[in-house]
Design a protein around this ligand. Structure first.
Ligand SMILES: [Zn+2]
Length: 415
């Protein structure tokens, strides 16, 4: 029997229909969480689901849980991601994973397939954290990583709390509707990096979300007159900081070729061109799937000298997270699906955070990536070809069908 495939034309039309909610003049999307555009796209998504006979419920964080009933009561096969975007974001980040679920249910309904288990499509509230920090807010509460009351009090730039925005959106639901069990959770997402395109592969089989650590380094010197102070009598915090950064680049660069590290924020004080800098603060953030390597990064940062070139050096850890490994059983299922369909693929790590990393804590989960043109995302240029989107959704459909046909008590288990 040939593989059941999704409808590529319909998928393309659906991607563009969703992009109409908040589309920018440069063909990107601005759809901040619980904004007017987000509320509208939620309504559209809800109508699409109800048209298919799905039941749409909201949990207490406004996450949408749309379910097509199965012959058995559960646990459901869950497909999800997020409909919110950053400001001037793209047409694919997040929304593709929700549309994937919708297209899969449309295909099942069209084929007259009554699934053995319920099939649930989810839209997690406020994944981006672009309006209310932190990102992955709703999945974080679900996973017990964030405190719900604290999240409800988070304010946007205008002083509106998340709780207020949720109440006025009409999408505040009940804790009883939180997802608590699943045969598997599958999330299709754009890669947001250049690897798949560079290697001319169609599918990324994501086995983990990499662990990371972020430190802040503060270098303290002395401010003096830039014209009257001889070079050998200065305590220049910026020169000391740049020497430290050069040393860090050499030492971190020697650790492992898979390590990525960034010094993305730096503040120089007093930042006056006639004054020798007396204080520099910068961040060092590093990510790797092997926590041993992350710990080596920490050892290097901890071993920085307490003083350099007459300046003091202090380090403090801002935060870190361990690598989240996806469920081996669900990963194997997705890998098998890509093989069955004859799509080129590779196993890879996610360097970015996703709802799936929190969901993986309580549901057997896996992610699938599709290529990002020029690796771009979180910008209006964000692009994934419709063909690649279709392949990604087909991989999920094949995996879903395998889950629906496998016996109850299949080897899939939460890790
Ligand atoms: Zn996303």
């Amino acid at each position: 029997m040939p593989n059941l495939l999704v409808n590529g034309e319909r998928l393309k039309d659906t991607i563009e229909a969703f992009a109409d909610f908040g589309r920018t003049d440069q063909n990107g999307v601005t759809r901040l969480s619980l904004s007017e555009e987000d509320v509208k796209v939620r309504g559209y998504f809800r109508a699409c689901c109800e048209q298919l006979g799905m039941t749409v419920q909201m949990d207490d964080l406004g996450t949408m849980v749309a379910t097509l009933a199965g012959e058995e009561p559960g646990p459901p096969v869950v497909i999800g991601s997020h409909l919110d975007t950053v400001k001037k974001g793209g047409r694919f980040d997040g929304v593709l994973g929700v549309i994937a679920g919708l297209e899969i249910v449309r295909t099942l309904v069209e084929q007259g397939i009554k699934p053995r288990l319920p099939v649930t499509v989810m839209n997690f509230t406020n994944e981006e954290g672009a309006r209310f920090e932190p990102s992955m807010m709703a999945s974080g509460v679900l996973a017990g990583k964030f405190d719900k009351a604290a999240m409800l009090n988070k304010q946007d730039a205008a002083g509106i709390t998340f709780g207020e925005a949720l109440a006025s959106s009409g999408y505040a639901g009940e804790a009883a509707h939180r997802i608590t069990e699943a045969a598997a959770y599958l999330e299709l997402h754009i890669e947001q990096g250049p690897v798949l395109e560079k290697e001319q592969l169609s599918i990324g089989l994501v086995d983990c979300v990499v662990g990371m650590v972020c430190y802040e380094i503060e270098v303290t010197g002395e401010s003096d007159h830039a014209g009257t102070t001889p070079m050998d009598m200065r305590k220049d915090a910026l020169f000391a900081a740049t020497d430290l950064i050069t040393e860090l680049r050499v030492r971190l660069g020697a650790l492992d070729s898979g390590l990525v590290y960034t010094m993305g924020r730096m503040n120089v004080y007093p930042s006056i061109h006639t004054v020798i800098p007396n204080r520099v603060v910068f961040t060092v953030e590093a990510r790797h799937k092997d926590m041993e390597v992350v710990r080596e990064v920490e050892a290097i940062l901890q071993s920085l000298p307490a003083g350099l070139e007459g300046c003091g050096v202090q380090r403090s850890k801002l935060w870190g997270r361990d690598t989240v490994w996806f469920d081996p059983g669900v990963c194997a299922l997705v890998e098998q699906a890509a093989h069955t369909l004859g799509y080129s693929s590779k196993i890879m790590a996610s360097g970015a955070g996703h709802d799936a990393q929190f969901v993986a804590g309580f549901l057997p989960s896996a992610m699938v990536f599709v290529p990002s043109v020029n690796g771009k995302s979180h910008c209006e240029e964000e692009l994934t070809s419709y063909e690649d989107c279709e392949k990604g959704v087909n991989v999920l459909l094949t995996a879903v069908l395998a889950l629906l046909s496998s016996e109850v008590g299949s080897p899939l288990s939460s890790t």
